[in-house]
Ligand binder design. Structure first.
Ligand code: SAM
Ligand code: SF4
Length: 500
């Protein structure tokens, strides 16, 4: 842990040379003028052009900025309908009919930054500050594991007390929790710990790699330099480029899976979708790896933040579904996350146009899983949630729609990360492995944690999945059906954590 005061600490965070090395001729990859020109030059695209672009998306190739700009300019509602359907089709090609679940864990709301939209910002005197110690991190994790989760995203403010050493310790603490499963000799645990934390130096990021970080996620919030400057008045986060290249540094530090995102509501949504595309393209250009996931949180009301309710760029539900669709079509191989910030009916729609991951049973107050009462929760959370349903309820709803819930973390543990997983995703192979692992982890969930009603519906989904798997040539050719049947049988008898 650092001995510096928060102010002194904040001043030494940024390493200019770890920005400059990624610039091209001194410039970063966001050129507002170019983006606005592309949006302008691709107005009123004709139907055939859009259909050609959809064919390119269907071949699982990332689009170029002119193509994405054309999609963003579509006005014809019938054409949007085709775009929604294509987005769903692509999702099924790459990720099959699965939705992956995770739980967020907020470890600390101490922060040296002044983001105008966030309840955790330094100068928000309404916020009660707290940082979990490692025993508390474990307690929170126990509750999450007992709910049935296997993946977690851990979230931190930017502060010397929650620096890279603290983050590394908390990752270890989460992995250390083992809870006896309800059936058989196995146990429940978090098998993949992802992180949403401030940009760090390559050395600090390497510390996180050493303790087995899953995905490292940093949202740029807004890609517009000027808007960024206004909304981040002080602290390390006020440096746009330090943040813009945080994931470049992560890849250089050995972290294979990186996740980008923009906070929608800070600026024009079409511009931000273009920004996300340019970010994905630059990661591909410099590292041959695109983003493992893309997030598109919408600004929610936060305590002590007038901006969070008054912004003129707040995105309505219809545009929100449109922007998700365009992201799915533009970066067809990427995972896409829709969080419990959104209401249940919006999340359901988001899954139908390409989302692959969501959270449930979510609590975002510090210590809220293991301690809080309802009133405390309202007091301590960063912003208000839109969907507070239990994991079991969300899984049941998806099962009713014929979707399978996956807790699979096998890709990561079998070395299918980074450029390897990118290749598999682009060739629609990863989805095939995931389909098997989804069945196995779903079975674990249904046996250990599901309500009787969810179990009944879930078992129907499993029967349909197994029938489909047995008929698919890929599985026969690779002799995977027998292994699957063997693992399935063993899990039914209480073994846990078997994967392909
Ligand atoms: N402090 C780190 C950072 O800013 O990168 C990570 C934690 S921060 C709490 C995680 C994310 O919460 C931010 O990147 C931002 O996009 C999102 N966020 C902040 N205020 C929000 C609000 N009012 N509504 C929705 N999301 C918000
Ligand atoms: Fe701090 Fe992150 Fe909130 Fe900004 S968004 S105030 S950096 S926790």
């Amino acid at each position: 842990m650092s001995n510096l005061s928060p102010n002194e600490w904040a001043k030494q965070v940024i390493k200019q040379e770890e920005i400059d090395k990624y610039l091209i001729n001194g410039k970063d990859f966001i050129d507002e003028k170019e983006i606005f020109e592309k949006l302008k030059n691709n107005q009123n695209p004709d139907k055939q052009r859009i259909r050609d672009i959809l064919q390119k998306s269907l071949s699982i190739q990332i689009l170029d900025p002119d193509e994405t700009a054309a999609l963003l300019n579509v006005k014809d509602e019938e054409l949007w309908q085709e775009m929604y359907e294509t987005a769903d089709k692509i999702k099924r090609m790459v990720y099959d009919n699965r939705v992956i679940f995770f739980a967020p864990l907020y470890c600390s709301n101490l922060c040296t930054n002044g983001c105008l939209y966030c309840g955790f910002r330094k100068d928000n005197s309404e916020e009660k500050r707290r940082i979990l110690n490692m025993e508390e991190v474990k307690k929170e994790t126990e509750v999450v594991v007992d709910e049935g989760h296997k993946r977690m995203i851990v979230v931190y403010g930017e502060h010397p007390l929650s620096d890279a050493d603290y983050i590394a310790d908390s990752i270890k603490a989460v992995y250390s929790v083992k809870r006896k499963a309800k059936h058989g000799p196995g146990y429940g645990s978090i098998r993949r710990v992802n992180i949403n934390a401030a940009p760090m130096s390559i050395d600090d990021l390497h510390k996180l790699w050493e303790v087995g970080i899953g995905t490292y996620q940093v949202f740029q919030e807004t890609y517009d330099h000027e808007t960024y400057k206004k909304l981040h008045p002080f602290g390390p986060k006020s440096n746009y480029r330090w943040r813009l290249y945080s994931l470049h540094r992560a890849l250089e530090a050995g972290i294979d899976d990186v996740a980008i995102g923009a906070l929608f509501g800070l600026n024009d949504w079409r511009f931000e979708v273009m920004g996300l595309l340019y970010h994905a393209l630059d990661l591909e250009r410099q590292f041959d790896i695109g983003p493992h996931t893309i997030s598109f949180p919408r600004l929610n009301p936060a305590t002590g933040s007038d901006f969070s309710t008054n912004s003129k760029y707040l995105v309505n539900d219809e545009d929100f579904i449109k922007l998700i669709t365009v992201i799915r079509l533009s970066v067809p191989y990427t995972g896409m996350i829709v969080t419990a910030r959104e209401r249940a009916e919006i999340r359901r729609k988001a899954v139908k146009v390409g989302c692959t991951q969501m959270d449930a049973s979510t609590k975002i107050g510090i210590g809220a899983y293991s301690e809080s009462t309802k009133e405390q929760e309202e007091d301590i959370q960063q912003f208000m949630l839109g969907d507070t349903r239990k994991l079991d309820d969300v899984i049941r709803e998806l099962a009713q729609d014929g979707l399978i819930t996956s807790f699979c973390t096998a890709g990561y543990r079998c070395g299918r990360t980074g450029d390897k997983i990118m290749g598999l995703l682009k060739n629609c192979v990863e989805g095939k492995f995931c389909k098997l692992n989804a069945v196995l982890t779903y079975k674990e969930y249904l046996d250990d944690y599901a309500s009787p009603e969810t179990k009944k519906l879930g078992e129907k989904v499993i029967r349909e999945e197994l029938a489909e798997i047995k008929n698919m040539p890929f599985y026969k050719e690779h002799k995977l059906v027998k292994t699957l049947e063997n693992y399935y049988e063993r899990i039914s008898h209480g073994e846990r954590d078997l994967y392909l």
